[in-house]
Ligand binder design. Structure first.
Ligand SMILES: *[C@@H]1O[C@H](CO)[C@@H](O)[C@H](O)[C@H]1NC(C)=O
Ligand SMILES: *[C@@H]1O[C@H](CO)[C@@H](O)[C@H](O)[C@H]1NC(C)=O
Length: 189
């Protein structure tokens, strides 16, 4: 795909997502997340996924430019929006740390500073904060499950329990439990 066409398509997609968020927020999320201790769902942004089967890697990012640069390189495929997260720290949220290991090409995400430090000691680079998420199931959030394929050193994260179950059934993936709690990518779901 031509790069400009891709950017345009992605921008239109983002606009439609943002419009969807504000529409559904007023209808549903506003009612379930009224607690004063919750982040403001109006501030949540899409968390995008770009995947590379060649590198066995999955990149989760809120930054359209980062995603489109990787997709433009022809190595990663744009997979869409997988969750909604905050880009600044809202009440009750914690950082979702992003680490990247260039030699094995693997992105790893955790809210646990100890796990992050272990990854950094093991050769991962500190890629900062992917977004802010909930550490427990509060404020209408949903589990963001982690899976790991040791054979190709690949981490994968999803809110979709069907996807998770079918991945675990292959035997390739092991269960990494719940990485964080995020808002659903589809605010009307
Ligand atoms: C949430 O953010 C929206 C948009 O910035 C704002 O209009 C609204 O008042 C905020 N709600 C609360 C409870 O702070
Ligand atoms: C979850 O994944 C399954 C299988 O890939 C798909 O059919 C379904 O639509 C997904 N559900 C949601 C809520 O995205």
């Amino acid at each position: 795909m031509n790069f400009l066409v891709f950017i345009f398509a992605l921008s239109s997609f983002v606009v439609s997502q943002i419009q969807g968020l504000s529409l559904c927020h007023s209808l549903t999320l506003g009612q379930v997340r009224t607690a004063a201790t919750c982040g403001n769902a109006s501030d949540a942004v899409p968390l995008y996924l770009a995947s590379s089967s060649a590198f066995a890697d999955n990149l989760y990012d809120t930054t359209v430019v980062d995603i489109s640069n990787n997709v433009h390189d022809g190595v990663y495929t744009f997979e869409g929006v997988v969750a909604s997260v905050f880009i600044t720290q809202e009440l009750s949220t914690v950082p979702l740390f992003q680490q990247f290991n260039p030699s094995i090409v693997d992105h790893f995400y955790t809210i646990d500073p100890v796990e992050r430090d272990n990854a950094l000691s093991a050769g991962y680079l500190d890629n900062g904060i992917a977004g802010f998420v909930y550490p427990s199931q509060i404020c209408g959030s949903t589990p963001f499950f982690g899976l790991f394929a040791a054979s190709v050193v690949e981490h994968y994260y999803t809110t979709n329990t069907t996807t998770r179950a079918s991945m675990l059934a292959t035997g390739k993936w092991s269960d990494e439990g719940i990485t964080a709690y995020v808002l659903n990518s589809n605010p009307c779901a």
